[in-house]
Design a protein around this ligand. Structure first.
Ligand SMILES: O=P(O)(O)OC[C@H](O)CO
Length: 413
């Protein structure tokens, strides 16, 4: 039996899904055994994979969050492009079977799929309906001003430590915020059209939004929840009744939230022409590492075929809140009437397809993005702590980020 190592970053309900998939695949055939290892949060998993590649003991499959895409693309030799592996191993593989919004993110300009879409998500606004009702908020807020008003009522009704919040602060307040308002995060279609891109998220709209968050942070009408998703339990515990997070939070919400919850589209500013535009994807894809044997690649390819099965995909989407990655899985879910009974699963799809994507909303692909998110977070944190003005913080985030982009460009050239 040939072992296939799969390193991942999933916890809670999503970790159970990974274990189950590996068990099912292992039981379905005798030649290969998928062995899963949890390597920490997304950034840790990516770093572990790169370090392992350098030490010549990389896993076969590495789960990499969407912001690590440029890093993986730039790591020539470290990865085996998925389209190549599928062709070489003779596995039937039609990139057109997958949802274009997702594959576009992980493909070259020529449409060659470099990594395998696995858990794609988008960001949604999770709400605690019981608490909104108690606070006298009759409707789920749709716009940012409505969110601010609802958060003030929630605070007055006893949510003293959190009116509203989000996981993945840069994803919510800079990346998705820009796409949803059709504003550039960076030039060159946010880097999708070239690594020679420049950051643009210090516009007046971005500065005004951060200014508002800074004001609301003072009395915790808005309360910062950190850089990644470690504090997402603030929603399921009931502390924050409005909380923006991945659609892939669904499994944990179902398992842990003891109240009437819902997912709604992200809020927007109604005075920004054209808003809301469309959201961009998040989550992760599976990268195949370089330097493995033909037999090992055959096992990985068979596993990817197994993952692409329509029924399996439909089930994954329905249970986890991640997107269906194939068109067939989406059609099947829709035809079964699933979305009428489970509207939360449809929200990220509605956001992604809300309008035809523009240069500002096709996605993003920025070099050194993982490290850059830390720098952006540092600047946001400085503004929220009152140490810098919002304008100075965003200017510094852009300037420091641009330096990191230029450094990345030099390494891939
Ligand atoms: O929680 P996930 O898996 O949807 O990932 C969220 C963000 O996209 C991470 O960058």
């Amino acid at each position: 039996q040939t072992e296939i190592q799969w390193w991942h970053a999933m916890t809670g309900a999503n970790n159970d899904v990974i274990n189950r998939l590996a068990d099912e695949f292992n039981a379905s055939q005798k030649d290969y055994k998928v062995v899963v290892s949890y390597k920490g949060q997304y950034a840790d998993t990516l770093n572990a994979g790169i370090a392992a590649f350098r030490a010549n003991n990389a896993p076969h499959i590495l789960q990499v969050f969407e912001v690590g895409t440029a890093t993986m693309m730039g790591a020539k030799g470290a990865v085996k492009p998925v389209y190549q592996m599928m062709a070489e191993t003779g596995q039937a593989f039609d990139p057109k079977a997958y949802l274009p919004t997702i594959t576009g993110y992980y493909s070259t300009a020529k449409g060659e799929m470099l990594s395998f879409p696995f858990n794609s998500s988008s960001m949604v606004m999770w709400v605690n309906r019981d608490e909104l009702k108690k606070a006298g908020v009759a409707e789920i807020p749709k716009t940012w001003p409505e969110v601010f008003a609802a958060a003030k009522k929630l605070k007055a009704a006893g949510h003293e430590t959190c009116g509203f919040s989000s996981a993945w602060t840069t994803w919510a307040m800079l990346e998705q915020f820009s796409a949803w308002h059709n504003l550039p995060l960076a030039t060159k279609a946010n880097g999708l059209d070239g690594f020679d891109t420049e950051l643009k998220f210090n516009s007046p709209v971005h500065v005004k939004h951060l200014q508002t968050l800074v004001e609301l942070q003072k009395d915790k009408t808005y309360d910062y929840s950190g850089r990644a998703s470690a504090s997402e339990g603030r929603f399921t515990s009931g502390e924050c009744a409005i909380f923006m997070n991945s659609s892939g939070f669904l499994g944990n919400v179902k398992a842990n939230a003891k109240f009437d919850w819902a997912a709604a589209p992200m809020p927007y500013y109604p005075d920004i022409a054209g808003a809301p535009q469309n959201s961009i994807i998040g989550g992760a894809s599976l990268w195949v590492m370089g330097g493995k044997s033909a037999d090992e690649y055959k096992g990985v390819a068979k596993f990817f075929t197994f993952l692409s099965d329509t029924d399996r995909q439909a089930k994954l989407h329905q249970e986890s809140g991640y997107l269906p990655i194939t068109k067939a899985a989406y059609e099947k879910t829709k035809a079964s009437g699933f979305y009428e009974k489970n509207p939360a699963n449809q929200v990220p799809l509605i956001e992604l397809t809300n309008k035809e994507p523009t240069e500002n909303s096709r996605g993003l692909r920025l070099g050194n993005m993982v490290q850059m998110r830390d720098v952006w977070s540092e600047e946001l944190e400085a503004a929220l702590a009152g140490l810098k003005s919002p304008q100075a913080a965003l200017d510094a985030a852009v300037e420091r980020g641009n330096q990191m982009l230029r450094q990345f460009e030099r390494t891939v050239r």
